[in-house]
Design a protein around this ligand. Structure first.
Ligand code: SOE
Length: 379
């Protein structure tokens, strides 16, 4: 059995989610290359050692560069804030390590381009890279894409996508790095807007070609955990309309101020033959309207996406025994390991991540110009 040693950088929310996935991928997916959770890297010695212990990593490092020097590590998993992605990913790929990098790929288009260049150099040597748009791996989302590709929706006319959270709606919620443009790149736009862009493009197989956007920062200053206040330099909400390369219209909304909505990624796609709808807060369900059904009984029907024939579902439990948020990360890692084993290029690639980054940049550009139309570079 071939193995690959994994070194992960960062152990906050995403680090915990990825650790859970690295621990569960072998028993459920029996991957052809088995991961060995070799080391966790973080800045503070006692904290990273405690986290490594708790999350299942065999050792801890206080400098991520040490992971690149170790021969027992062949894959780097980047779970840091956005400002660390480009430096770590480029160095890791140049050192011949496979890379899984959290989304959004980078904080700027220039960083993302450098990462794609490194990924291309590495690919020529058989080294793989992937960006972690985990919602592609919700079984219902993968099924939605399959239905579109099979032509069950016909020509796609409308995409309607929202990502609604409310964790910042209270102005007393403390400032974090996610509110700092230098560290996070942008606010709701890059954090959750990137997910709806990727999910919409993944499901439809189309890309956003141009946008008109509006962003808003409702609370420009927040209490700093160390005392005093700190300035919020990112958007709290981003709204934009767009047109796709193939001529569909799209409406997107990403906000952290939708009171009562916790983690609601909703998408509806309308085509000439039918429609589908999905909400992450009910992630085992896909709603499908087949416009070719008899008019009297036609309508949206709820598909419970837990059958063994459904994407990923067969690896888990019997039908109806629902899956959750964390499974998407296990699926992502299972696919990455399969690609490493069979020599194919895993998706979403760094090039896919760059394309999303270009949409984010177009949104920012349009919003800064009072919602003027902004073409997406390269589309
Ligand atoms: C925080 O808003 C966050 O955790 C995002 O960073 C994730 O990517 C998203 O999946 C859930 O919300």
């Amino acid at each position: 059995m071939t193995t690959v040693g994994v070194g992960m950088v960062g152990y906050a929310f995403m680090g915990r989610a990825h650790s859970q996935a690295w621990r569960s991928v072998v028993p459920f997916f029996d991957p052809p290359v088995r991961p060995v959770m070799a080391a966790l890297a973080g800045r503070t010695g006692n904290e990273v050692r405690a986290a490594a212990d708790r999350l299942g990593w065999a050792s801890a490092e206080t400098d991520w560069k040490e992971l690149l020097r170790r021969d027992d590590i062949g894959l780097i998993d980047i779970c840091t804030p956005g400002d660390g992605h480009a430096e770590i990913a480029v160095a890791a790929l140049d050192a011949g390590k496979h890379v899984l990098c959290e989304k959004p790929l980078a904080n700027t288009v220039a960083e993302a381009e450098a990462m794609v260049a490194a990924a291309e150099r590495a690919a020529a040597r058989g080294v793989k890279s992937m960006v972690g748009f985990n919602y592609r791996r919700v079984p219902a989302v993968t099924l939605a894409r399959k239905l579109v590709l099979e032509g069950r929706l016909g020509t796609i006319r409308h995409i309607r996508a929202q990502y609604l959270q409310d964790w910042l709606s209270d102005p007393r919620s403390p400032w974090t790095w996610r509110m700092d443009r230098d560290r996070a790149g942008s606010g709701a736009l890059g954090d959750i807007g990137a997910h709806i862009i990727d999910t919409a493009q993944f499901i439809t197989g189309d890309t956003v070609a141009g946008v008109s956007a509006l962003t808003e920062t409702f609370v420009p200053e927040r209490p700093h955990p160390d005392g005093g206040t700190a300035r919020v330099t990112v958007d709290d909400a981003a709204l934009f309309i767009g047109r796709t390369r193939r001529g569909a219209t799209a409406v997107f909304e990403a906000t952290r101020f939708a009171t009562g909505r916790k983690n609601s990624l909703r998408i509806e796609v309308n085509g000439s033959r039918g429609s589908l709808a999905f909400d992450l807060e009910s992630l085992n369900e896909l709603w499908f309207h087949d416009g070719t059904d008899d008019g009297e009984t036609a309508g949206f029907r709820r598909i419970l996406v837990t059958e063994p024939s459904h994407p990923y579902a067969g690896a888990w439990w019997p039908p109806g025994h629902v899956l959750g948020y964390e499974h998407t990360f296990t699926h992502e890692i299972a696919d990455l390991l399969a690609a490493i084993a069979d020599g194919t290029d895993p998706r979403p690639s760094f090039a896919d991540g760059l394309q999303v980054q270009r949409v984010l940049a177009a949104v920012q550009d349009s919003a800064e110009r009072g919602s003027g139309w902004a073409a997406v570079e390269g589309s």
